[in-house]
Design a protein around this ligand. Structure first.
Ligand code: TXD
Length: 319
């Protein structure tokens, strides 16, 4: 069977890590695309030289030409600028919207059958704009944020309860920002919901609330430490998990920024919800029941995303 083709649009911190992970996992041949000449080619050549050590035969090529992404099965988009200390994700909107237009047109012309995972911030707006510019079906364009946010949440919970990360499942809904909604009631340790663990005296509401807050500001915490950019290892790992769910028809239930119509009180918006990802792309959106507090928080997140879309439409009248 011919190898699959993975196209990575953006060869920066996350793009390079995506390429490394995809090669190590043998996901397929890899094209690393960027507008900067030399960077994708240099990283691709360096990564190719891991092959003899790791034993992978995937080809890894760098490119500045969208024609080279032709026929890609999966496209992961990180093109744009990242945050620096003092910047919010929303501050990136103006610059990255223009980038999404170029990327969307490149995908439309060369790989319209791909499953597209957007990572570029502000994520909830950029994934919507990318879908509009590319014209792909809504179920084939999805945003990566919730997998990262729930990974952060799970990491802090495993620390708190001193258990293996394998025992922790966590649920994060809504936007990728301060309005994200970690749903404590649906987060568990070995199937035991967090509220029950609090009743059992294994933690307190105050400590869990602090973990929820640290998850919300998880990106900013790393930006503040790195000073030169934002997180990239866990974002890349999260994007690869979504790509694998598609490539291997895994039917994973993952929190992703997906196009929601007629669920969660949302009509025609990309927002972080639990979805089933398989060979059909986003195959189903699960509408879980939420208590009033979670519903309210999700609505705040939806309203924040709507504001970003108004800003996008003000910048680009074709949207
Ligand atoms: O959870 C999430 N979704 C977030 C997303 C988690 C972390 C980072 N988040 C965002 O991903 C971040 O705010 C940025 O918007 C993207 C990419 O982050 P990364 O850390 O990889 O940024 P880099 O290292 O600056 O890489 C961006 C690359 C860089 O090589 C640029 O030359 C390239 O994008 N770039 C372009 N490529 C193609 N086409 C165009 N127009 C273009 N413009 C810049």
């Amino acid at each position: 069977m011919a190898r699959k083709k993975i196209a990575l649009i953006g060869a920066g911190n996350i793009g390079g890590t995506l390429a490394h992970l995809a090669a190590l996992k043998g996901l397929g041949d890899i094209v690393l695309f960027d507008v900067v000449e030399g960077v994708p080619q240099g990283k691709a050549l360096d990564l190719s030289q891991c092959g003899p050590v790791e034993g992978f035969d995937s080809t890894i090529t760098g490119s500045n030409d969208y024609a080279d992404i032709a026929g890609a099965d999966v496209i992961i988009v990180t093109a744009g600028v990242a945050r620096k200390p003092g910047m919010s994700r929303d501050d990136l909107l103006g610059i990255n919207l223009k980038v999404m237009k170029a990327v969307g047109e490149g995908i439309k012309a060369n790989a319209p059958d791909a499953f597209v995972i957007c990572i570029t911030n502000p994520l909830d707006a950029m994934v919507w704009a990318l879908r509009e510019f590319s014209g792909l079906p809504h179920n084939k364009v999805v945003g990566m944020a919730g997998v990262l946010d729930s990974a952060r949440f799970s990491h802090f919970l495993a620390d708190e309860f001193k258990v293996s990360v394998k025992e922790v499942t966590s649920f994060v809904l809504g936007g990728h920002g301060d309005t994200m909604v970690p749903v404590v009631e649906y987060s568990t340790v070995a199937g035991i919901p967090i509220p029950d663990l609090i009743k059992m005296g294994r933690s307190t509401k105050e400590r869990i609330d602090a973990i929820v807050q640290r998850t919300r500001s998880g990106g900013g915490e790393i930006v503040g430490l790195l000073k030169t950019g934002s997180a990239f290892y866990a974002p890349a790992t999260s994007g690869i998990a979504m790509a694998e769910a598609y490539l291997f028809d895994k039917k994973r239930v993952l929190p992703c920024a997906a196009y929601v119509e007629g669920k969660y009180g949302v009509d025609g918006l990309y927002v972080g919800v639990p979805v089933v990802i398989g060979a059909g792309g986003v195959e189903e959106i699960l509408e879980i029941s939420l208590d009033d507090e979670a519903k309210g928080n999700l609505q705040v997140s939806v309203d924040a995303v709507k504001e970003l879309l108004v800003a996008c439409k003000a910048i680009d009248e074709t949207l």
